[in-house]
Design a protein around this ligand. Structure first.
Ligand code: ATP
Length: 358
């Protein structure tokens, strides 16, 4: 087995104002990120936000249009991908179909002219780490999707890279296998003591795997934080949206003190957690998770009309339309017919307020 004593001394990775344009489109619009050795970082964001572009710039598969990338203090953004020597794992595995598992895993070592005996030992260690002993002689086409992805992981780590880069490695696997492989990937990272950057659009995957999550949208980093930071305190409406705060209600702040605020929304007043510097009169967005916007039959709250509702185990979850047409995702303890009038009450300590873009 590979051990931490043999792991690469990767050093700190720094991205400084990294930019990448395609024509006049800014796919990466000034990215600043520092990754410490041994960290597991997830790049999370919706399709098209620039995650793969960022990873490919780190790998050297794409040139930068501006900015710098440094590893252990040395600039690497002008080096060819081979000279960077990072391990890459892609969604489509990218294995050589005509080569055995053993040859696929050993390919990088032969490119680095690692002597036969040492190469054989390292291949066996890598195969043991991904639990593929006994499958060495098979061709990729004779393996399941999960096994093929394990070969790709073994191939990436066998070269003892300073950095392992993974681009949606589990998206081609079924849900059960995805969960199993997720735990294995984190286990392998911990065992070899590598630094890993992992691209995903799956919030659960990012939160469960990473030490820190980098949330991107529109070519920019919106927030960097631990999974708990992001889940509890998203600092941008796009991050909140991604963390499950599906309802966004526009309103105007009427009172704020000690981080709490009252917001007027369609003739009613809601309470929530204010950001620093918010003042009465400001236009704001109230972001709430469905489980924190509760339906009652009458009383104070947002008046709304039920559009759909479904039973999900312990509670009902539904979509309603506010008097101004705002979509409201709510929780209820009973079902309501389509078209029913309900009153929706946000839990004040769970509703986040964001300044609305002018
Ligand atoms: P996904 O999750 O769908 O893979 P992503 O966040 O990884 O999305 P990127 O692949 O980084 O997104 O793409 C970011 C933006 O840059 C997209 O709008 C995409 O269309 C554009 N883009 C990426 N590669 C190219 C290219 N070679 N030529 C032109 N535009 C590109």
């Amino acid at each position: 087995m590979a051990d931490k004593g043999n792991s690469p001394q990767s050093g700190r990775l720094e991205l400084v104002d990294v930019r990448r344009t395609f024509g006049n489109y800014n796919a990466l619009d000034g990215i600043d990120l520092t990754v410490e050795p041994g960290e597991f970082i997830a790049l999370l964001g919706p399709s098209g936000c620039g995650k793969s572009t960022a990873l490919n710039c780190i790998a050297g598969l794409l040139e930068l249009s501006g900015g710098e990338i440094r590893l252990a203090g040395k600039r690497i953004d002008e080096l060819q991908p081979e000279a960077r020597g990072f391990g890459m794992v892609f969604q489509n595995y990218a294995l050589f179909p005509h080569m055995s598992v053993r040859k696929n895993v050993g390919f990088g070592l032969s490119m680095q002219s690692v002597p036969g005996g040492e190469a054989a030992k390292r291949i066996s260690e890598a195969l043991a780490l991904v639990r593929l002993q006994g499958q060495e002689g098979k061709l990729p086409g004779q393996l399941s999707g999960g096994q093929q992805q394990r070969v790709a992981i073994a191939r990436a780590i066998v070269i003892r890279p300073p950095l392992v880069l993974m681009d949606e490695p589990l998206s081609n696997l079924d849900a059960k296998l995805r969960l199993e492989m997720r735990a294995e990937i984190r286990g392998i990272h911990d065992q070899i003591g590598s630094t890993t950057i992992y691209v995903t659009h799956d919030q659960d995957e990012a939160l469960s795997l990473a030490d820190r999550v980098v949330v991107m949208s529109e070519g920019q980093i919106r927030q960097i934080g631990t999974p708990q930071d992001l889940y509890e305190r998203p600092n941008h409406p796009d991050v909140a949206d991604f963390m499950g705060f599906r309802t966004r209600i526009p309103g105007r702040l009427v009172k704020a003190s000690n981080g709490h605020a009252a917001v007027e929304v369609s003739g009613t007043v809601l309470e929530g957690i204010a950001a620093e510097g918010m003042a009465p009169g400001d236009k704001v967005l109230v972001s709430i998770r469905p489980e924190d916007l509760v339906a009652v039959d009458e009383g104070e709250g947002l008046k709304a009309t039920v559009k759909s509702i479904e039973y999900r185990g312990r509670a009902f979850f539904g979509l309603a339309s506010g008097t101004d047409g705002t979509e409201l995702f709510f929780r209820a303890d009973r079902t309501y017919p389509r078209g029913a009038s309900v009153v929706l009450r946000p839990l004040a300590e769970r509703a986040l307020l964001f300044a609305e873009k002018a």
